[in-house]
Design a protein around this ligand. Structure first.
Ligand code: ZN
Length: 403
């Protein structure tokens, strides 16, 4: 019955649209595109730097009271949000970052919260007589409460690298029969769904056909369940890339049984902030994430490094000018900017000078001068098939966080 009702409504709506289009016959003049102008902001105060680095945080489980490599306690997760907010970070979806469509208020720094494997503690529903209610202590429930509490400086954004239901993997987010409804709800709320393969096996020895089957099938199943979902990025299981570099192109584009997929970027598992998409250091096939652990190279360590400038690697954070059509950065950083890409996208590259500005030299983000660590952070878990990974694991210090 509801299906029939829905079909009728859809038909009525499309009928309506056709009628409107027919009556509105007069051609509308195409507006001349206006070249973007530098935003009128206080540059000396805000000091936008849209070539700075962006932290992409990786979460697996959010539950309980103890932090581990893969589990963030409920309290620590709540505190993470507050630490990020207090330090001027503002959440965005990964798809917007890799498309260089970062829309955050002037003076704020983008941050991306990512959630892997569609684990149950990320999104749980409680059944009540008339509705399914988001559990207040799952990641989604905590983020919803936080956004409601801070309407002007926090938004409901985040990227879920889900695993579709398959013979080898459980229902996304663990509750039987509710996976599709949950995924659709996330998209409706402003979150983003992204590809994390079908079976969560290592891609190391995959052939072109293997890669396309794994990504194409996941793409097909997820978009069939949630047609409004726009998948734009992929995170490789355990962060493991195919050994054969010639096959990397299939991570971003391919076809499986009539389903084609096309992504903007592929993400590793760890360990540092990613470069701005407008910087020359940006490489869509080697983007890194930060693990939500305590201690060195964990989330709060990086917040501290990015906000105090005390990183071993000279690294500055992305600070927005508030206008997604303009890429602003201080004069002196011109050689870091990918001006061809910025202008090719119809945006303005805005190298600004602050009168009577700072006396310190500006140091840009430098990548590649520390050995990258590709960390296996996925544990033996429910519904997730495991493959051994050869990368050395990152040693995690147990020291408490000092704010
Ligand atoms: Zn995973």
């Amino acid at each position: 019955m509801p299906l029939i009702a829905l079909a009728t409504v859809t038909m009525l709506l499309s009928g309506c649209n056709t009628a409107t289009q027919q009556t509105a016959a007069a051609p509308t003049p195409v507006p001349t595109p206006v070249a973007p102008q530098p935003p009128q902001i206080d540059y000396a105060k805000i000091r936008p730097n849209e070539l700075g680095s962006i932290p992409v945080i990786m979460y697996h489980e959010v539950k309980g009271t103890k932090d581990t490599d893969l589990i963030r306690s409920v309290k620590s997760f709540q505190e993470d949000l507050e630490v990020l907010r207090k330090n001027g970070f503002y959440p965005v979806n990964l798809g917007d970052v890799v498309n260089n469509e970062i829309d955050v208020p002037a003076g704020k720094s983008p941050v991306v919260l990512t959630f892997d494997d569609a684990r149950g503690t990320q999104f749980r529903l409680n059944e009540t007589p008339d509705a399914l209610k988001v559990a207040p202590d799952c990641a989604v429930g905590i983020m919803e409460a936080f956004a409601k509490q801070h309407p002007t400086d926090w938004a409901l954004r985040g990227t879920f690298f889900v695993l579709p239901k398959s013979k080898a993997t459980l229902e996304p987010f663990g509750q039987a029969g509710l996976g599709d409804q949950k995924m659709a709800y996330l998209v409706k709320q402003g979150f983003e769904l992204a590809n994390h393969s079908t079976l969560h096996n290592s891609f190391r020895n995959y052939t072109a056909a293997d890669i396309q089957r794994e990504l194409g099938n996941a793409h097909k199943v997820i978009t069939a369940a949630v047609p409004e979902a726009k998948l734009q990025v992929v995170a490789l299981p355990m962060g493991v890339f195919p050994k054969n570099k010639e096959l990397w192109k299939y991570l971003l584009k391919g076809e499986f049984e009539g389903t084609t997929y096309e992504y903007q970027a592929a993400f590793l598992a760890a360990w540092r902030p990613m470069p701005s998409p407008a910087s020359k250091e940006y490489d869509p096939l080697r983007l890194e994430r930060i693990n939500s652990i305590n201690g060195t190279n964990g989330i709060r360590d990086w917040v501290k490094k990015l906000t105090s400038g005390t990183s071993v690697i000279p690294m500055t954070r992305y600070i927005s000018d508030g206008d997604p059509n303009v890429v602003s950065y201080p004069k002196g950083m011109e050689d870091k900017a990918n001006v061809a890409m910025i202008e090719g996208a119809g945006k303005l590259a805005n190298a600004y000078e602050v009168e009577g500005g700072g006396t310190k030299p500006i140091v840009g983000a430098v990548y590649g001068d520390e050995p990258g660590r590709n960390v296996d952070t996925t544990p033996p878990g429910k519904g997730v098939r495991q493959t051994a990974v050869e990368e050395p694991a990152l040693r995690v210090s147990e020291e408490p966080i000092n704010e």
